[in-house]
Design a protein around this ligand. Structure first.
Ligand code: C5P
Length: 223
């Protein structure tokens, strides 16, 4: 059995896509599988952490012993995360693929096609940035984000680290078809303000174990 060295710690992890309603039958979402976030939740739980997994709609089962809170929209995700961190958590990890925009007004009835136009417009408004908002609110001692990029991966990740007020950011190159979104394997670079680590490309479950170890080691250098 794994050492229970994270006993007494609370880790809050977001995972999966968000789903933003257009009308009662339609929505805006993305292809996030939730695998990385769920693997991180399992890895932290295995070391004894109390884990709250705030999850958008996925095909996955909650890992044993993890408390899953199901949400759909970004606003629901933010609200669930606030509730989970009323007492600040030890670690917050934003592994969810949060939709950047939602409908300005969700239609209360199914939207109908009209005979006289081949075009239609939807008005969208910006969603809250869940991790940036929580970081401002000091929701956790250690804030960890993800940065999925297609170019200049390290530079963009670094600027996100600063802009969102994070301690660590886990950057991956989603232009590569062999890793990332919906894949079982992943390769990432973890960045802090002044250090970086690149674990090998491996299964998300194995990578999650290494990431939890890295976060734990980072925590111990900060306290
Ligand atoms: O800005 P970008 O979406 O690339 O940032 C990715 C990081 O920010 C991820 O950790 C993601 O979970 C988080 N995020 C968030 N709320 C948003 C957008 C992104 O928490 N609205």
């Amino acid at each position: 059995p794994t050492q229970q060295d994270l006993a007494g710690q609370h880790w809050v992890i977001t995972a999966g896509p968000t789903m933003e309603a257009i009308d009662p039958v339609r929505y805006i979402s993305n292809h996030s599988s939730g695998k990385m976030g769920y693997a991180l939740a399992a890895a932290a739980q295995a070391r004894g952490a109390h884990v709250t997994l705030v999850s958008g709609p996925t095909q996955l089962d909650a890992p044993q012993g993890v408390k899953r809170i199901d949400i759909k929209s970004a606003e629901e995700m933010l609200s669930a995360c606030h509730t989970a961190t009323v007492t600040p958590a030890d670690v917050f990890i934003g592994a969810a693929a949060v939709a950047d925009f939602r409908m300005k007004e969700v239609a209360s009835q199914k939207m109908k096609k009209t005979g006289d136009s081949d075009e239609m417009q939807l008005t969208l408004v910006k969603n809250p940035d869940v991790i940036a908002t929580l970081s401002q609110a000091k929701a956790a001692k250690c804030m960890v984000g993800f940065a999925a990029e297609t170019q200049d991966v390290i530079a963009y990740a670094k600027s996100k680290l600063e802009r969102k007020g994070l301690d660590l950011i886990i950057a991956n190159d989603v232009s590569r078809t062999d890793i990332g979104f919906n894949n079982d394997e992943n390769q990432v670079t973890v960045l802090s303000k002044d250090q970086q680590w690149t674990p090998p490309k491996e299964a998300k479950s194995a990578l999650a174990i290494e990431l939890v170890e890295l976060i734990t080691q980072y925590q111990s250098t900060q306290s």
